[in-house]
Design a protein around this ligand. Sequence first.
Ligand code: SAM
Length: 349
Amino acid sequence: MTQAGATLDIERSLDRPGDALIDPFGRAITYLRVSVTDRCDFRCVYCMAENMTFLPKADLLSLEELDRLCSVFVDKGVRKLRLTGGEPLVRRGIMTLVASLSRHLAGGALDELTITTNGSQLAKYAGELAGHGVERINVSLDTLDPDKFRAITRWGELDKVLAGIDAALAAGLRVKINAVALKGVNEDELGDLTAWAHGRGMDLTIIEVMPLGDIGAGRLEQYLPLSLVRARLSERYTLDEIDYRTGGPARYVRVKETGGRLGFITPLTHNFCESCNRVRVTCTGTLYMCLGQEDAADLRGPLRLSPDNAALAGAIEEAIARKPKGHDFIIDRRHQRPALARHMNVTGG
Ligand code: SAM
């Protein structure tokens, strides 16, 4: 985020004095990512082990509780909500939550309600998402090769995802494609993926694999530094630096030949924490102040303590007062174990 963007976030949050969530490093927390389920209909090799044990359904916050939780964050100055997972669109009744959260868009308290999805259920839900005020979505897609797609996702079908993307575009949603760069798997395809995404008016962001969760395979085999990806892409394309920022960790270039935007998220080779404006809540109501640190706060207890939101708001404030300065992921030969035990599907990507 630019300095001006950060200042604007703080000013907006201060519209309601005393309510803004400002962390110890002066960063206004204006972006909440909510993992609405840890379950997924895919088993991507870098995200999960094949036989994952999921949380008992009884531990999950109900849709009403998720709504209440998000709404307290909105009251406290959060301007952007992203639903993620697991796969958010496999949570039963998810459209009820989207519909009810959309009241904050209509009321002007929220700038954006969005979703990160694997696309498998998009053909079914794209129209409804657009109808509830969702304007853009992220779809995760690492390859356009059906066999590789099946190998990466273990259970996924490429055709379904492509049909979902078509449905999203037809419904007027702006789509950004997220692809994880995987050594020896899709590294030779990222140029074609760029041409494909940009040819359909979609941005593409390439993500470095992060050491989250035990996945039953060494991270070093998967890890492909984006400095290498970028160097290879520049043999085919002219990558012009641009100042476009979404407040997130991606750094963007404009690809001259396609006219499209290409983002790089490099948690391992770059630290982007200084402008971090986000926190994450899991489907059990655990608040993680940083994707790359263990410290967390339980919000389910205070949420269930009373129908009044005071205890919940207090717990959120306390947690934000502990938001760490940044993460410290490392993948090298001496650090083959995951930096963090929890998988991406728990915290939400
Ligand atoms: N199911 C949804 C999806 O596929 O987008 C949302 C959740 S998924 C965990 C969110 C994003 O995290 C996906 O783009 C996925 O590729 C990415 N992801 C999962 N594990 C990762 C890891 N270890 N390193 C980097 N990205 C990861």
